[in-house]
Write a protein that binds this ligand. Structure first.
Ligand SMILES: [Zn+2]
Length: 1016
């Protein structure tokens, strides 16, 4: 799944949103980071943890979880006891656990079973399904009625039992099961035995009870008849609508199952490790068409006006990858070299916007078949643009689905960043056809195995297939984004235990995606591209159609040697004589698993402190965490593949730091040394003594002596160090003065990412005078670069994105030459009825200026209503949200929440943009609080969207009063939100903002009086 829809496609838009208001500025693809429950305790060998708010589950290995705490009365009846036979085991386990569990969260109490909805005991008390019933094949028939907005279906599942049991537990959520039967031995002719059905809604499970135990190893088929309503949210089998050019509203139905919503469309064993094949049949009216994972085999008329489409049987796959759509979409197709039919589907009025994505999909699919050396196993790949879509895209096997803005490209109106976003999203979903679909994580704790990889493969594939996009120039800015949340105490290891749907949802965050991608990039840089590639190919081949854990990946990598190395029987590699660098391999051997475990099994990242004494370079690593002056003694250690260059040599030197401190000796003394070359490592660096002065001198002298990524990383690291008091704010600000000469996108964006949040914090404290001075300083710093921007669409993608952002910044900050030009453009555009074709790169600035008058705002909104271009709509939407008129802002919140004239899928973006607006943020915060329950219903507790809204409305607060408000509100939510990680994140961030302002504000005020600023 692509969760970064909010920024992925409209990177600049959202990024720009920051100008108007953010602390956690995100760069391009920045996702506000959602996040989840406190996971600290989960790392202990045994622990108690709240599940569903009030139920404490004790977890050891899978299958031996016990309930030992206060259980929600809804779920558990205290009168039901564990079977006698299990009691001695339970008691002894409890005794052991009580010695390690915290007394407050865990009390000794006999485990009990929940009550089914009819009051009978429900025979299963865990979130995870039992492992002894194994599904092999599903035969699904689903009839969607787009008039009544209901659906009915029959699910037949072929199963076997691995131990005798008369109880079959599977998932079902919001479905009305009318009948269930069991057929012995498979096949239609077998006698059917009725099954008793019990439902346990809180755990989204049903139990089917047979009259006698199933025989081990014998095939059985369960047949379930059921019905349901099309979901009004964005998951399960849900309703979507769109308006035609003529104004007619049409309905369609589509699916979004990841992670736990297949159970909302058909009863199933809804866990990724229960892979099976699927035969899908969809009933529909003749005016519609149905598409699914596999190609259509035949269509039969089953009644007058009712057609049943039969799709080919799928390969073995997880339930969350099943998909079907009933709609009146149109499509355009092309074949790949290897004969895979690729089609893009969209609503009829937008079918002329599919060509870019179609070509990109063909190119990328061919690339992956070649790179992975495994043919794409299905005969077709459909890409469908869905008018209502919560995230950015979803990788359903053979039928990937997208938000319209993530797939449709209007050659006239789409922006450079939109082209980039579409390419990256398609690349991501197609990478999943291997990473995720073919080889799947065993459980959601290792979500990163597919999401980190898909994110990383975006970079690997697009840099080859679309070199003109130059992704290498900015892709790894996302490591800074990941570090932003990973530097908080509320972060979690990449691989983290999760259990219930809300916790699973919370895994779709920056840590799984971006940190995952960054540590893979670090590994690739360390092993070399070829060795890395052969490792992942080996992994994919070995585990095709299977499920994996973290360690399976590292084991596949561990037996790979970098080019030119030889492998020893112990699995380690050593370098051949011809290799000059990387002496650590020769000395230490190459233990990928041990090294990578330090990055995936512990949260956070290291701060490396460098002290140069003559030719000796002293290195020290410690855990970097915000909010404390000195890093706590956590004992956390990483195997850090350090790289560096010096004033004497630009050849990359390497050193694997495995201990807390170490020393290396340079061949000669140097003037400066720069670690983390090209930003390939997931760590930050502090240079002791005059180390920073030398680097600042270098930047101010010949900044091009180091790469733009290196310059960006220096800017980032300097401000990270300010947060923990290792570097003064004055030194960090002095370093940014070199930006006067900067022209590259990464360092400029990173500079803005650091500087803009400062005035955003001031806005929240109403410090007008200094705030105004600071804003003026920022514009003076970049004035040369702003003045050099042409008002055209010329140049590379990165040049164009830079232009778009700079002009927007200049106009929003009321830099007069920019404002005047934008006003002229807006007037001409309005006079031409909005039909004048503006250069895409300047449109955002023009709309932002135009929206500042009420008349301009109304005109923009009228164009929003009729526009068919996602880019244009997003640009207008953003401009509407930066209005200074509170009534307009409130209207936007109300309407997008309601969903009639502005789609509800836009609400999270609108709420966040208004939450960043100096006039609007109190409205956004109020709206979030008043509508919390409905928001959670629509967007799901724990989802990335909810986290995006929570942090978007609150994490720029910088006063104690606001902090108290935030704490009070979220703690009042109890199990309906107080436990979310994003809440913890935002509280930590606000506390950090307050500390930061208290410590640095006066210094910034004094620094702004500095004489050298006048020379800018
Ligand atoms: Zn994904």
């Amino acid at each position: 799944m692509w969760v970064e829809h909010l920024r992925g496609v409209r990177g600049p838009l959202v990024w720009v949103g920051q100008f108007c208001a953010s602390v956690s500025l995100f760069f391009l693809f920045r996702v506000c980071s959602p996040t989840s429950l406190q996971t600290e305790t989960l790392n202990k060998p045994a622990f108690c943890r709240a599940v569903l708010g009030s139920c404490f589950v004790l977890r050891r290995a899978r299958g031996s979880r016990l309930i030992c705490g206060a259980i929600s009365s809804k779920m558990i009846s205290p009168s039901i006891k564990w079977p006698l036979a299990t009691r001695p085991l339970l008691l002894s386990t409890l005794l052991i656990l009580l010695t390690v569990a915290t007394p407050s969260s865990c009390q000794s109490r006999e485990p009990t079973f929940p009550k089914a909805s009819n009051g009978a005991p429900f025979p299963w008390n865990k979130m995870r399904l039992p492992e002894h019933i194994i599904p092999a094949h599903y035969d699904l028939m689903i009839h969607a009625n787009l008039t009544t907005l209901t659906f009915g279906g029959t699910t037949q599942i072929e199963i076997t039992a691995s131990k005798p049991t008369s109880t079959i537990i599977l998932h079902s959520h919001h479905l009305q099961v009318s009948k269930a039967t069991l057929r012995k031995g498979g096949g239609e002719r077998q006698a059917e035995e009725p099954l008793r059905v019990l439902e346990n809604p809180p755990q989204e499970q049903i139990a089917l009870l047979a009259s006698e135990p199933l025989v081990v190893g014998l095939p059985y088929t369960i047949v379930i008849d059921y019905a349901g309503n099309l979901s009004e949210s964005f998951h399960g089998f849900y309703k979507s609508t769109y308006r035609t050019k003529e104004g007619e509203v049409r309905v369609l139905a589509s699916t979004q199952f990841e992670p736990t919503a297949a159970r909302m469309a058909f009863p199933c064993f809804d866990e990724p490790a229960f892979k099976a094949s699927f035969l899908i049949k969809i009933r529909r009216e003749p005016r519609h068409l149905a598409i699914s994972n596999m190609p259509l085999v035949k269509s039969v008329t089953v009644a007058e006006g009712l057609i049943e489409d039969h799709f080919d049987v799928t390969v073995k796959m997880s339930t969350y990858l099943v998909a079907f759509i009933v709609s009146d979409f149109k499509s355009v197709s092309k074949m790949t070299k290897s004969g895979v039919k690729v089609s893009v589907y969209a609503v009829p009025d937008k079918i002329n916007q599919v060509d870019y994505a179609l070509d990109a999909a063909v190119t990328l699919l061919e690339f992956y078949e070649d790179y992975f050396n495994i043919p794409y196993p299905l005969p077709k790949q459909d890409l469908a643009a869905i008018p209502d879509f919560q995230s950015g895209a979803m990788e359903n096997w053979g039928l990937t689905t997208y938000r319209e803005s993530s797939l449709l490209f209007d050659a006239e109106k789409s922006s450079a960043s939109s082209k980039l976003g579409i390419t990256m999203t398609v690349s991501h979903e197609l990478a999943h056809q291997w990473f995720g679909n073919l080889v799947t994580m065993e459980w959601w704790n290792d979500l990163w195995l597919k999401e980190g990889f898909a994110k990383f493969m975006e970079f690997v594939s697009v840099s080859v297939t679309h070199p003109e996009l130059k992704v290498e120039e900015y892709f790894f800015g996302k490591c800074f984004k990941a570090m932003e949340v990973d530097a908080l105490n509320s972060s979690h290891p990449v691989s983290t235990p999760v259990e219930n749907p809300a916790q699973i949802q919370e895994m779709f965050d920056d840590v799984s995606y971006d940190k995952g991608a960054c540590i893979l990039n670090m590994l690739r840089d360390y092993l070399g591209a070829d060795a890395f590639k052969s490792g992942i190919v080996k992994y994919l081949q070995k585990y095709s159609y299977k499920n994996t854990k973290n360690e399976d990946l590292w084991n596949s990598m561990a037996s790979i040697c970098p080019t030119g190395d030889t492998q020893h029987t112990d699995g380690f590699c050593s370098r051949g004589e011809h290799s000059s660098s990387t002496a650590h391999w020769r000395r230490e051997g190459l233990d990928v698993k041990t090294m990578m475990n330090t990055w995936t099994l512990q949260k956070g990242f290291p701060l490396i402190t460098i002290t140069v004494r003559g030719r000796n370079v002293h290195m020290k690593q410690e855990y970097y965490v915000k909010g404390v002056a000195d890093a706590p003694e956590t004992g956390l250690l990483w195997h850090v593949p350090l790289t560096f260059i010096t004033s004497k040599s630009d050849a990359v030197q390497r050193f694997l730091l495995k201990t807390r401190t170490d020393v290396l000796i340079l061949p000669e003394e140097v003037e400066w040394i720069k670690f983390n070359v090209g930003m390939n490592g997931y760590y930050i660096v502090h240079y002791e003594d005059d180390g920073w002065d030398s680097l600042t001198g270098l930047l101010k002298g010949t900044h091009t002596a180091i790469s733009s990524n290196d310059r960006a990383s220096l800017i980032n690291n300097a401000f990270q160090l300010v947060s923990i008091g290792k570097l003064s704010i004055e030194k960090a600000l002095d370093l940014t003065l070199y930006l006067k000469q900067e022209t590259e996108i990464m360092p400029v964006f990173q500079g803005l990412n650091e500087l803009i949040p400062m005035y955003k914090l001031m806005e929240k404290r109403e410090m007008n005078e200094v705030e105004t001075q600071f804003k003026a300083f920022l514009i003076r710093l970049l004035q040369g670069l702003i003045d050099r921007q042409t008002w055209t669409d010329e140049g590379s993608v990165s040049e164009r994105m830079l232009r778009s952002q700079l002009l927007l910044l200049a106009c929003v900050r009321k830099y007069q030459p920019c404002v005047q030009k934008a006003e002229d453009y807006f007037r001409q555009w309005q006079e031409a009825g909005g039909n004048l074709s503006l250069p895409n790169d300047v449109t955002l600035a023009v709309f932002a200026v135009g929206a500042q008058t009420l008349e301009g705002w109304d005109f923009l909104y009228s164009k929003y209503q009729s526009s068919l271009s996602s880019t244009e709509k997003n640009q207008i939407e953003f401009a509407l949200c930066i209005s200074q008129n509170k009534e307009k802002l409130q209207w936007l919140l109300d309407q997008s929440f309601k969903g009639d004239v502005i789609k509800t899928q836009e609400f999270p973006d609108i709420l966040r943009a208004i939450g960043r607006n100096p006039v609007g943020y109190p409205l956004a915060w109020q709206f979030l609080r008043e509508n919390w329950n409905k928001l959670v219903q629509k967007f799901e507790l724990g989802s990335n969207s909810i986290a995006y809204m929570v942090t978007g409305t609150t994490n720029q607060f910088s006063t104690r009063a606001r902090l108290e408000e935030v704490k009070e509100f979220f703690s009042s939510l109890k199990e309906n939100g107080s436990q979310l990680r994003c809440v913890q994140q935002t509280i930590e961030t606000i506390e950090e903002n307050i500390r930061w302002m208290d410590k640095n504000f006066d210094k910034i005020k004094a620094w702004l009086q500095n004489e050298q600023l006048n020379l800018l």
